[in-house]
Write a protein that binds this ligand. Sequence first.
Ligand code: PMT
Length: 449
Amino acid sequence: MSSTSARSSSSEDLQNLSPAEAESHYFNSYPPPKALKNHEALARAFISYHVESNRRVVLVTSGGTTVPLENQTVRFIDNFSAGTRGATSAEYFLQEGYAVIFLHRQFSLLPYSRHYSHSTNCFLDFMDEEPAPSSSSTTTGFTSGGNGDASDHGRIVVRSEYQDQMRSVLRKYRYAKQNNLLLLLPFTTVTEYLFELRSLAKIMRPLGPNALFYLAAAVSDFFIPRDRMAEHKIQSSEVPAGSSSSKDASDSSAIAESDIYTGHNDPQPPTHSKKLIIDLDPVPKFLHRLVDGWAPDGSMIVSFKLETDPSLLVNKARTALQRYSHHLVIGNLLSTRKWEVVFVTPEPDGERWIRVPKSKRSKSISGVENQVGLAEGKRPGDVGEEMVPTEQQGHGQGQGQVQTGGTGAEPEQGQGESENEIEIESLIIPELVKMHSEMIAKAKGEKKK
Ligand code: PMT
């Protein structure tokens, strides 16, 4: 579409803007999301509550962003992320005493309820109906619903084999709620995400070094700018002559390829099946602005880097760290992300792998076990090296420890869905907390000088 349609600014022009100019260009092009004002008010109250008690607050971003193809959106581009990393990490941050702002893709996984949601962990599978008081056998068929004869109704209960696990999850969830430790804020599109991120970062300023950013969301890299977005549903066949859609379309510039349909700016909706060509611009990278402008002074910023090619991962993570000058990039491969990650820090030898021991790995449908270790370019012979906790990880800030070597004590905490499994986030978060504690201590030391 770029060669055939007029644009207010070409993507080349936009790439030459300074980060601050790119910011105002982007945010002035869109109306703020409808929920933003309400989210800002909730966030302000949440932050001032925790500033008062000097508690650390982490902003966890989670899930994928969508890229709408139409203003009145019927179709959109999405990505794979279910929000597992974000939702799981949020729980371990809460366990470490942090308050959590959970900025998540609407309907993606949430802390605590993730154990009992979606089709993989459908909550109904954890429940049972007890025998009805008047009958000696469990009801097996359908009952008439809430208003019928109660004599055939048994109590709904959690199945006995799940009682302990559910009690533990429920207690943690209730603790977080009762103590105002978890704020859930949803987004859907990439634009909503960026508006929310900017506002929240600014609202978090009073936290200073007590703020941590943990950017685990899978943010879209390409989008259709507003000035090129179709208003109505992109048509796949002829619309009646004289309709407003056909008039809109005829205002647009001509296209050369008669068999290519690009949506809004085509002279005619297609009269027969054509290819739909979608021309996407790069989404501006706002990590720069987060680091240099929006985030509180002294706060810690952690971003993620996802790759599928093992040979690229560490270099791409390092490049991101150099480009944005923040504190840590956590690299992960799509195929092994549940079992290994790499911490890339600014130090010259700043590459550290964190792995779940083989015997403790969770099952993963998308995971490819024989790719574990492949991205560790420095020492290809070290496949299978593992980092495990050296001591039981405690509650409270800054107590988690990991060391290199697969023969250390087996972890007791951080267990996943089955007794033996551990979630990699139970190793990641204590490490981060340690780094954050060091940064806070340094900031306090500098303030005293
Ligand atoms: O949800 P799961 O299924 O558990 O998957 C978790 C995950 C693989 C999505 C997660 O662990 C992860 O890697 N998230 C980041 C993936 C990603 O978007 O990488 P990126 O290279 O596109 O972006 C790198 C960083 O730049 C991100 O932290 C992002 O916040 C930031 N970014 C990205 C795009 C953009 N336009 N602006 C940004 O600031």
